[in-house]
Design a protein around this ligand. Structure first.
Ligand SMILES: [Fe+2]
Ligand SMILES: [Fe+2]
Length: 257
């Protein structure tokens, strides 16, 4: 089985990057399952139902999210209709939506878990203990999208999940790391898959507001960068019938003006 994990899709530019590059990526790697992080897919903040449907039309199997999941106000009401979208599983009890999903592909079970870190992040329960709980009855290959800021927390989680999750890939920083490797007990680990959006941007946003904010500390409204080259970041991997990863590589494509 081959899996493609696409990094945070940033607004219309990110969706354009996916529409532009996914056909070629699909042709080259032939993934059986496609997962994408969609927490920034609507205007850079959150996801609307219309964008959810647009991404589903691209034959993406599962959408993960993160700290921006509630930014678009309509999500709280529509999340139950988005049956292929998950939010971090360790959000407090009673929060709408669900944090993991099991699908069947080619007669095999595949579970995707979304967790969120707690360093430089909002309120959530312990992602490590939540993972233990989920693993008690998780079915098939387990993939974890660990949505976190700190590389230390992500690395610690990877090693904690080693030998239990099939693969752990990070999201949230929007910058692809080059530390993909099999951990000692066989789990595939990557600190961050990266993003789909404008290449010459500040993690997908026009540079002006973030630079001014760094210069002055004043609040400024961030807008999705719509110009220039576009970037597509993903992780692709393959696993066998013993649920062990046998091959993997990061994907990084840029083009257009
Ligand atoms: Fe993000
Ligand atoms: Fe995030």
């Amino acid at each position: 089985m081959k899996v493609l994990h696409i990094g945070d899709i940033i607004g219309r530019t990110g969706r354009k990057a996916v529409q532009t590059f996914l056909p070629a990526v699909r042709a080259e790697y032939k993934p059986d399952i496609i997962i994408a992080n969609a927490e920034n897919s609507s205007g850079g903040f959150g996801i609307s139902y219309a964008v959810y449907e647009e991404l589903m039309r691209l034959d993406i199997d599962i959408l993960t999210t993160g700290n921006h999941v509630w930014d678009n106000k309509e999500v709280e009401k529509s999340i139950d209709k988005m049956d292929r979208l998950i939010r971090p599983a360790n959000m407090p009890e009673g929060v709408p939506g669900r944090g993991s999903i099991t699908i069947e592909k080619n007669g095999e079970k595949f579970t995707c878990v979304n967790l969120i870190g707690r360093i430089f992040m909002g309120l959530s329960d312990c992602p490590f203990r939540k993972f233990d709980k989920i693993m008690e009855d998780a079915e098939g290959f387990v993939f974890v999208d660990f949505h976190a800021e700190a590389t230390s927390e992500k690395t610690a989680f990877g090693l904690y999940a080693d030998g239990r999750a099939g693969a752990v890939a990070g999201t949230h920083t929007h910058v692809q790391t080059n530390d993909e490797r099999l951990l000692p007990k066989g789990t595939l680990y990557l600190t961050d898959t990266g993003m789909c959006g404008a290449l010459n941007s500040v993690i997908g946003m026009e540079k002006y507001a973030p630079i001014e904010r760094f210069l002055t500390g004043m609040p400024r409204k961030f807008e999705v960068e719509k110009r220039g080259k576009i970037l597509f970041n993903a992780l692709v991997f393959e696993y066998g019938s013993d649920l062990k990863v046998t091959g993997f590589s990061t994907v990084c494509i840029t083009s257009g003006d």
